[in-house]
Every structure is written in structure tokens, then in C-alpha cells.
Ligand binder design. Structure first.
Ligand code: 5GP
Length: 195
């Protein structure tokens, strides 16, 4: 596998990384394309298959694992598998794009280890675990149980921040967006002065 650069945004669920990734995808000079992951978790109302994720069953996911189709995969929550297909990254590289990922901390660090030179791994830090819980409740895409599961995992995830190339504190969204834009522009060699 070879090609463009890899930009990873990892963070506990609810830290705002998806908002940051979406913002970066709108900046043409960064030449980014989103790596659509495969997941076995249920599709949410507002999500589109093939755009937000490729939604598949647990047995299908396990078949992909057996076939060594994943660059990385993780059972992020129980029975909720998530993974990055090698074919997805190859497809985007073939289009001449830099690939951007919204994935969990373990998957993010795994990709960084595989491609240390061409990867920028960014950790998005929420103000606190309490604030994270408030954000997840506001988002109301998950049940109370699932929110608690995500919050419990967040403390463990926060401890991995020092292993990333960069940390963005998402205390104020506009500042975080600007910081992320500059960081990625520097890494891919794009000029974002006039943006
Ligand atoms: P959600 O269910 O909220 O969409 O995602 C849950 C977590 O799984 C998030 O931290 C998200 O970034 C992560 N995730 C999404 N796709 C992948 C993937 O392909 N690999 C890994 N390791 N994590 C992923």
C-alpha cells in the first residue's frame, strides 16, 4: 500500500471529532477524502449506508476479519465492531486523495504504527468527562445505558492522548476548527492563509 497522506482524528465519543473532520473535508486545498468504515452497530436514522459507514452484520464483519480485509478493526463496544478496509484506503489513494479517518484511539494508533511517516494522528480532547456526558445526552442518539458505556470508556481513552502526534483541546469549537485546519494544512503542505 502506498499513496497520499493519512490524517487520523481519534477521541472519546462526543468530543466533537466528527464535527472537526466534517469541517476539514469542506476545505478543498487539503484534498481530503473520508475513509468510510465498516460497522456492525445499528444504523442511526440520519445515517446513510456507504456515506457515514458501510453497515453490515456481525457474521459479515467476522468474514472480513478472516479474509484479512482490514487495515485495522476493533470491537469498540460489545458486539459493535468497527473497521477500516484496506480496499477503502487504496481506492482513495488511487484517486490521489489524502485520507482522513474518524476512528477510535486504538485503531488510530494502529494505523500510525503501520504508516509512521505518512500519518498525522490527532487526539481531540473534550473539556472533561462530565462535559462529554452532557454532550452525549444532548445528542440523544444513544440510550442511557449506551451513553454510560461510552463515558466509562472515555477515561481510558483520555489516557492515550500523549501517544498521538498532536492534541487539540475542543473547549471552544471555532478555535478547535481553526487549529485543526492549520495543523492538517501544515502536514499535507497546503496553504490555508487565505481561507
Ligand atoms: P459511533 O458509533 O459513535 O459512530 O462510533 C463509535 C466509535 O467508533 C468512535 O470513536 C468512532 O470514531 C469509532 N470508529 C469508527 N469507525 C472506526 C473504524 O473503522 N475503526 C475503529 N477502530 N474505530 C472506528
Amino acid at each position: 500500500m502506498e499513496g497520499g497522506k493519512l490524517i487520523i482524528f481519534s477521541a472519546p465519543s462526543g468530543s466533537g471529532k466528527t464535527t472537526i473532520v466534517r469541517h476539514l473535508l469542506e476545505q478543498p486545498e487539503l484534498n481530503l477524502a473520508f475513509s468510510v468504515s465498516v460497522t456492525s452497530r445499528p444504523q442511526r436514522k440520519e445515517e446513510e449506508d456507504g456515506k457515514h459507514y458501510y453497515f453490515i452484520s456481525v457474521p459479515e464483519f467476522k468474514k472480513h476479519i478472516k479474509e484479512d480485509a482490514f487495515l485495522e478493526w476493533e470491537e469498540v463496544y460489545r458486539d459493535n465492531f468497527y473497521g477500516t478496509l484496506k480496499s477503502e484506503v487504496e481506492r482513495l489513494w488511487a484517486e490521489g486523495k489524502n485520507v482522513i479517518f474518524d476512528i477510535d484511539v486504538v485503531g488510530g494508533l494502529r494505523i500510525k504504527k503501520k504508516f509512521p511517516e505518512k500519518t498525522l494522528a490527532v487526539f481531540v480532547k473534550p473539556p472533561s468527562v462530565d462535559e462529554l456526558k452532557i454532550r452525549l445526552k444532548k445528542r440523544s442518539t444513544e440510550s442511557e445505558d449506551k451513553i454510560n458505556m461510552r463515558v466509562a470508556k472515555a477515561s481510558v481513552e483520555m489516557a492515550t492522548a500523549p501517544q498521538f502526534d498532536k492534541v487539540i483541546k475542543n473547549y471552544d469549537l471555532d478555535t478547535a476548527l481553526e487549529e485543526a485546519h492549520q495543523m492538517v494544512a501544515d502536514f499535507v503542505g497546503a496553504n490555508c492563509e487565505d481561507q
